[in-house]
Structures are given as C-alpha cells and as structure tokens.
Design a protein around this ligand. Structure first.
Ligand SMILES: Nc1nc2c(ncn2[C@@H]2O[C@H](COP(=O)(O)OP(=O)(O)OP(=O)(O)O)[C@@H](O)[C@H]2O)c(=O)[nH]1
Ligand SMILES: [Mg+2]
Length: 502
C-alpha cells in the first residue's frame, strides 16, 4: 500500500533531519518536495493545497522545540494535519433502537467491490458487533450476481435473501419483512453496479431508498482507480444522500491518491477499508493508523510528542515560578485555561484527582471557561499584564468585545485579584512546599487544610475565575445525594431487621 509515496516522503523528511531548527527556508524547500510527491501520488490538487497550507499555518504558530530536528517537526505536523483531514466523527452505521431492522444500502460502480464488501461487512458486524445480518441479493442486472452473493453467504454461514423475478425495490421490501419474521436485526442490500453513473442506476437506488428507507447508505469505491473514485463519489453524492464510503482494494493501491482525497473532497467520511479479496479483509477506517502506515514514521511522531510534553512541563514550571514571584498575569491565566481545555472534559479530569469531593467535578461549567477566555482575549496586552489599569470605560469595551456584560468582567477581575492574593499568602506560609508533599503522597495534609477548596472551585467568594458563580457548598452535590442514598439504604436495612426480630 502506498509504497512509492511512503518512500518519497521518507526521503524528503530524512533529507531534512539533522538540519537543525525549522526555518522558513528549509520548510519551504521541504514542503515543495512534499507537494510534488503528493501530486505524483495522484492526490487531489485541492487536498494537496489545503494540506500544505495547514501545515504552514501550524508551523507558524508552533514553538520551536529545542530537542527535535526540522525534519522530525515537519513529520509530526504532517501527521497531525493529515489525520485531521482524513478523520470523521460519529459511528459508521446508525443502528436502530426499535423493532425495525437496521437497513444498510450498498451502492457503487461496476466492479467496485459491492458484493464482496457486503459479505465482509456482514461478517464484521456479526463477529465484532454481535449483529444478526441478512444479506439481500438485489442485483437483478447480472444473473450471476445472485449466485455470487449466495456462495459468499454459504461461506460465511449467513442467510441470503432473493426471490427471482422481483425488481430490486420489491426485493428489499420483502427482505425487510423476512428479517422481522426470522429475527435478523441488520439487512444489508447489495445492488447492481453500472459502468458509469447514469439515470437508470440513480433511479433504481432512489426506488430502493423509497421502499425501505435505509438507515445508512454506503458508497463502495475502488481505491485503485485513484481520482476516478473521488470523481464518482462526488457525482453520487449529488443525487444520493451518502453516509459513508467503503474504500476497497487499498491493498492494491500503490499510490494512495483516492485514500488521501476522498474524505476531504466529498466531505463524506471513509468508514471501512477493503484490504484483500478474502471475507476477513475489511477493517474499520482509522485515519491515524492509515497515516502512520503512509508516513511509516511512528517513532518520529512519538518522539516529537514527548518533546512537546517537556515544553508543556517547562511552561508549567515557569508559570509556577511567576506565581511565586507575584508576576502571574492574565496571560498566564489564559494559558492555564487553555491547558485545562486541552486536557478534555474538566469534570472527568477532576473526578480522577485524589481528594476531590464527589460531585464537585459536576459543578464546573465548561461553557463558562469559553466565556472567561473570551473576556481575557478582549483585553489588550497591557491590560492583561496590568489589570489594575482597567477602568469603567475599558470594562465596557471588554464586555462588548467578548459579548458579555460589565459585571462579568468585573467579577473576573476581582476573582483574579483574589487568586493573586491567595498565591502570595500561600507563598508566605510555605504552602507550596506543603502541597507538593501532600500530593506526592508522603505528606500528612488532607484537602481540609487547604484554603476553602470547595469555595474556590464553585466560584463562591474568593472563587476561581471561570468557574460557575454562587456560594460554594450551597447546592446539592452528588456527594450529598450519594450520602442520602446511603442513608436510605441503611434505614431500609434497619427496618427489615426490626421486622425479623418481631
Ligand atoms: N484485492 C482486493 N480485491 C477486492 C477487494 N474488494 C473486492 N475485490 C475484488 O474485486 C472484484 C469485484 O468485486 P465485487 O464485489 O464483485 O464488485 P461489485 O461492485 O459487486 O461488482 P458488480 O456487481 O459487477 O458491480 C472481485 O474480484 C473481488 O474479489 C479488496 O479490498 N481487495
Ligand atoms: Mg456485485
């Protein structure tokens, strides 16, 4: 798979390795070579252009890492941007939750791999997703098509539905009824292919759709046809709502053009890939895996990730130092906010910390974080460094700029000031070192010793900016709900024992 492209890219990247830092010059040079390699691999020109632009934009904003070379950095940037461009969210198949079986429609050009993929997908859904598939031979175009699916069905031990003489839409309808009767929960409809997209094909697919309303429609594309596959996918999409693409024959695709282009050009997610002729040769599509295979440089990517982590840690340490020296600014605060957001769900994160009371995590509103970020972003650099210069007029401007209100800005500033004061006190009391001991496990300090921890997180007096307002502890937390539940349980137990005694 992708042999030539992988070879060329690795040559470009290793040429850059050892050239020290990423500069505009060596990046331009490297990118020009990458561009040529991608175009030669039949990658869609728009994909190449967008990818290069995105890598450039990322490189501009990326801090230069001391410990990695230009080539390594570029590999990582490419890896990340490619993954981003090729991946999609959500589930491949929208399984139904009601009594009606889930219907999956397979469409595509002649010889693209529809029939083979129908069988492969059925095996995958049965073995990995515990579904009970029924295969439907709805290709009445070619007499041998029904036999082909029947043979595959026998091979994989799954039922195949067909009634001779019926049109495709009627076959699909009958199959649905049959599935309900026989307890099959997933109906996979194999359809006829055509040499080109024509009205006849489209009308047939529309009739099937009208008859059984598929929950998911897949377009099966032959990756070996390169940009033809991308073009036909775009054309299909104009008349038929597509939920995903199954990209077949990736094992024979030595260039990679279709695989790299189809998601970005058609805006349709690639959901499965066919990697051979056998029924087991189907995999759910994972952009990161494919990109790693393509770049063949997994070790470089993890190396750069590690280096980036070191930089993050150094930054955190520097912030701590600024806190201690009372030089903590709103810029630092913004960085912290972003770091918290990057770590994913705040509630989930806090839930993992030892000593954080249950329920506290649920009180943190992530939208509030966005709002706080907007307020800080609406301040000028001077204002962020010296918040004391922010007067009423400036507050009004910041509120307007961030789409909030003046009192929101005031509250944030007050909280920030309190936070700074608290840090100073902590420093005076040597609390930082005590904290370190406590979280290091050896120290004997519980959370109760910390200054109003609960009030801080829930935005009560002296609260952390960005956290929801309202006095801490005044609301019903999961903790107290838990406690109530426990009490009720104990009460029931007591009563039961009381009855026994009597
Ligand atoms: N190497 C390889 N061959 C594949 C793959 N998927 C399908 N094929 C082969 O491609 C050929 C066509 O596959 P079919 O499943 O019959 O294609 P189809 O879309 O149903 O074709 P029509 O019904 O004629 O439109 C067969 O020889 C398959 O074995 C794949 O992922 N890799
Ligand atoms: Mg077929």
């Amino acid at each position: 798979m992708f042999e030539s492209l992988t070879q060329r890219l690795s040559k470009v990247f290793s040429g850059l390795t050892g050239r020290g830092q990423l500069t505009e010059e060596n990046m331009e040079e490297g990118l020009a070579e990458v561009r040529a390699a991608l175009l030669e691999a039949d990658v869609h020109f728009r994909v190449v252009r967008d990818l290069i632009d995105r890598v450039k934009a990322q490189a501009d904003g990326t801090e230069v890492l001391k410990s990695v070379s230009a080539g390594q950095m570029l590999v990582k940037l490419f890896h990340d941007e490619l993954v981003e461009m090729m991946s999609s969210e959500g589930e491949p198949i929208a399984f139904r939750g009601d009594a009606k079986p889930t219907v999956v429609l397979m469409a595509g050009l002649q010889g693209s791999g529809k029939t083979t993929s129908t069988a492969k997908l059925a095996v995958h859904l049965r073995d990995e997703r515990r579904r009970k598939p029924l295969l439907v031979a709805a290709d009445v175009q070619r007499p041998a098509a029904v036999d082909q699916l029947r043979q595959l069905g026998a091979q994989i031990d799954l039922p195949v539905f067909h009634v001779p003489g019926e049109p495709p839409e009627r076959l699909a309808e009958l199959a649905l009824a049959e599935a309900m009767k026989t307890g099959r929960d997933t109906v996979l409809v194999d359809t006829a292919g055509r040499l080109h997209i024509d009205d006849e094909l489209m009308e047939e697919l529309k009739r099937i759709r009208a008859a059984v309303t598929p929950d998911t429609t897949f377009l099966v594309c032959d990756a070996m046809t390169g940009q033809d596959a991308v073009r036909s996918a775009s054309a299909f999409r104009e008349t038929l709502p597509l939920d995903g693409v199954i990209l077949t024959k990736l094992d024979g695709d030595s260039r990679g053009g279709a695989a790299l282009s189809v998601r970005h050009v058609t805006e349709t997610p690639v959901r499965y890939v066919g990697l051979g002729e056998k029924v087991a040769d189907l995999e759910p599509f994972h952009a990161d895996r494919l990109v790693s295979r393509l770049l063949g440089m997994g070790d470089v990517v993890s190396l750069v990730e590690k280096a980036q982590k070191v930089v993050d840690e150094e930054e955190a340490e520097a912030q701590m130092k600024r806190m201690m020296e009372d030089r903590f600014t709103l810029d630092d605060f913004l960085k912290q906010l972003r770091a918290i957001k990057k770590m994913g769900s705040l509630g989930g994160l806090l839930g993992h910390l030892p000593g954080v009371p249950a329920g506290m995590a649920d009180q943190i509103d992530e939208k509030q974080l966005d709002r706080t970020e907007a307020v800080v972003l609406s301040m000028t650099p001077q204002e962020r460094k010296r918040p004391e210069i922010i007067d009423a007029g400036r507050k009004r401007r910041i509120a307007r700029g961030s789409g909030t209100a003046v009192d929101v800005v005031s509250r944030l500033l007050k909280q920030f000031e309190q936070m700074r004061k608290m840090m100073k006190q902590m420093k005076k009391g040597g609390l930082f070192s005590r904290l370190k001991g406590a979280f290091g496990g050896g120290g004997g300090m519980g959370l109760g010793d910390m200054p109003d921890m609960e009030g801080m997180m829930s935005g009560g007096p002296g609260g952390m900016p960005g956290m929801p307002g309202g006095p801490g502890g005044a609301r019903t937390t999961n903790a107290s709900a838990d406690a109530r539940r426990k009490n009720r349980k104990a009460e029931r137990k007591r009563r039961k024992q009381g009855r026994k005694r009597r």
